[in-house]
Design a protein around this ligand. Sequence first.
Ligand code: GDD
Ligand code: MN
Length: 376
Amino acid sequence: MTAVAQREGVGAPTTGVHPPHISVVVPTYNERDNIDELLARLVAAVPAETELIFVDDSSDDTVEAIHAAAERLDVAVTVHHRPEAVGGLGGAVVEGLRRAQGTWVVVMDADLQHPPDLVPQLVAAGDDADADLVVASRYVDGGNRDGLANAYRRVVSQGSTLLAKSMFGRTLAGVTDPMSGFFAVRATSLDAATLRPLGYKILLELMVRTKPRRIVEVPFAFGSRFAGESKSSLKEGLRFLRHLAILRLGKSQLRMLGYAAVGVSGVLPNLVTLQVLTAVFGVHYLTAAVIANQVAIGWNFVLTDKLIFRSRRQRSLLARLGQFAVLGNVDLVARIPLLALLVGELGLGYLSGTAVTLLVMFAIRFFVLDRLVYVR
Ligand code: GDD
Ligand code: MN
């Protein structure tokens, strides 16, 4: 749903003739009580032709609040409400970047932790330095992070900055605040189609994937929230770690690594079952081994299905489980003959032979799961 209110002055629609110098993109998720103040301060701060874009995933009446405030202030705004919050905060920002028509796009939060009067300064700094990206930083001289509510948030913020810097040292060199949610980007330097946003850290995504040519920082005081509550959570924290891993490794490599980890973890239920069946129930060790293998397959299936291929569960549960079980048991009939071949015919030691067969089976299973079971 997109609605454009047609008005003169700030935010006047500029489709056609000349693009605005600045577009402001504000992601909103249940921010109804911040809208009045935000919009009033924005309108007071930015040049008249500035384009104002809200990308909303709210379940409350934030959209109505935006329209009401725009009416009161007599400005035009674009409000795009997304039916599904794909990619969370970052997904919303990228949607805004796609829609923005300005030479510069400024991204900022709705809760007034990012001072609206800084918007023109960010853009001016970018123009002066002929930069592609201007980061509003809490960590350069003159900036502060007083708005980080408590010690816990401060530690998390500092920790994630360190982690990101250690993983992407070269790209982030000279940038003190890659976790900032307040920045200005030159539209021509940006191909939004290359972005794969996942959660909060959209600036990091942008820097790692688009490698801006010249970056400058402007200090800012990270204020406290005007109204409402932060939407960040432990779940967002985990999403951030996954985001980092995907940025570093790529999605399919991460998947393969995860699948390998699941496989290794399956050794535990396998051994426990084997032990219980033989020692407690007196089952013959070969029978016990076959049963233990099934238990491990069940374990691996649950983890693989829930964690590794969660987004690609097109087939029915029964089909997935059935195919997974077949793949798991191929081991019993295919790996042992392969081992015999490697050791008997090719003269490999049985330990290295076993290692080779395990790796080969791992690769085959992953390939079949990736291509045939969890279809895209
Ligand atoms: N559309 C949309 N969809 N907006 C969202 C979503 C979402 O899923 N999640 C959060 N937002 C919006 C909020 O409504 C707000 O305008 C902005 O994104 C920031 O959300 P907060 O919940 O206020 O985040 P924060 O204050 O904890 O974190 C901010 O500061 C961090 C630095 O400490 C963000 O700017 C982070 O990006 C930044 O790293
Ligand atoms: Mn906030």
